[in-house]
Write a protein that binds this ligand. Structure first.
Ligand code: C5P
Length: 235
């Protein structure tokens, strides 16, 4: 695994996204396309970014009945992206349906399960979702269920990677949002660490959006994130 920084392109328009990617002349960041961009531009934006040579994580977090997820994932598989995801909360039958759809289409995409959103606090999880366990145990359990259902890895906070590796082994992919530069603004993220911290904790890939997309110099911010993450050194 490459230990790459995945840039969350959370823009609404294709123009804004492509203008942002135009800034990168010497590198081709791994791009995450989420709901905001996909729902406003559809599959065409995936094709456009792919045609420019970027690897793509299509972050649509599917969560529905197994048949709907199966049929949707079959469509997404045809876009030939590198990573896709579902919510582990959809349970194992749904995750198995997603995996079956990918396999039937001959897709090599990494299938990830979202454990708990990195914006969710333990308190909100317990009091609103009524999950009466500590966050770390919940994420570890969701990871085990996801692995049993055929997912290749999970999306979790860097702070939970150690638990996930302990439960599922080092080959199970961990993709971690909730990453901020040491002096950065956390925004709505709650369970956060730095790129170097994420590396030390064992993340395979980190997802960074606003710290790069809203930086005065996004290319410099991306390079710094890559350096800190790949070198594991504090800035
Ligand atoms: O801007 P920021 O770095 O917070 O962006 C994080 C990205 O990761 C967002 O696109 C968000 O949707 C996504 N994400 C997350 N937590 C998860 C799964 C995905 O923050 N558990």
């Amino acid at each position: 695994m490459n230990h790459e920084v995945i840039v969350a392109c959370d823009f609404s328009s294709a123009e804004e996204t492509l203008q942002f990617l135009d800034l990168f002349r010497d590198e081709k960041p791994f791009v995450k396309i989420g709901m905001e961009l996909y729902y406003s531009n559809g599959p065409e934006i995936v094709r456009q970014i792919k045609a420019r040579g970027h690897k793509i994580f299509l972050d649509l977090k599917l969560h529905d009945i197994p048949n709907t997820v199966y049929r949707t994932m079959r469509n997404l598989a045809r876009l030939d992206v590198d990573m896709v995801n579902v919510h582990a909360a959809g349970s194992s039958e749904m995750m198995r349906a997603a995996r079956r759809a990918l396999d039937e289409q001959g897709s090599q995409a990494i299938l990830l399960a979202v454990t708990q959103l990195t914006s969710t606090t333990e308190e909100a999880m317990q009091q609103e979702l009524w999950i009466d366990h500590p966050m770390a145990d919940t994420v570890r359990h969701y990871a085990a269920v996801s692995q049993g259902a055929g997912c290749h890895g999970v999306v979790c906070s860097p702070l939970e990677v150690t638990d996930v590796v302990h439960e599922c082994g080092a080959g199970f992919v961990t993709v971690t949002p909730g990453v901020r530069f040491a002096e950065g603004d956390k925004g709505d993220q709650k369970r956060v660490t730095t790129p170097a911290g994420a590396r030390k904790l064992g993340s395979h890939y980190i997802v960074m959006g606003r710290p790069i997309t809203t930086a005065a110099d996004p290319v410099a911010a991306y390079r710094r994130a890559m350096e800190e993450f790949q070198g594991g050194m504090e800035a």
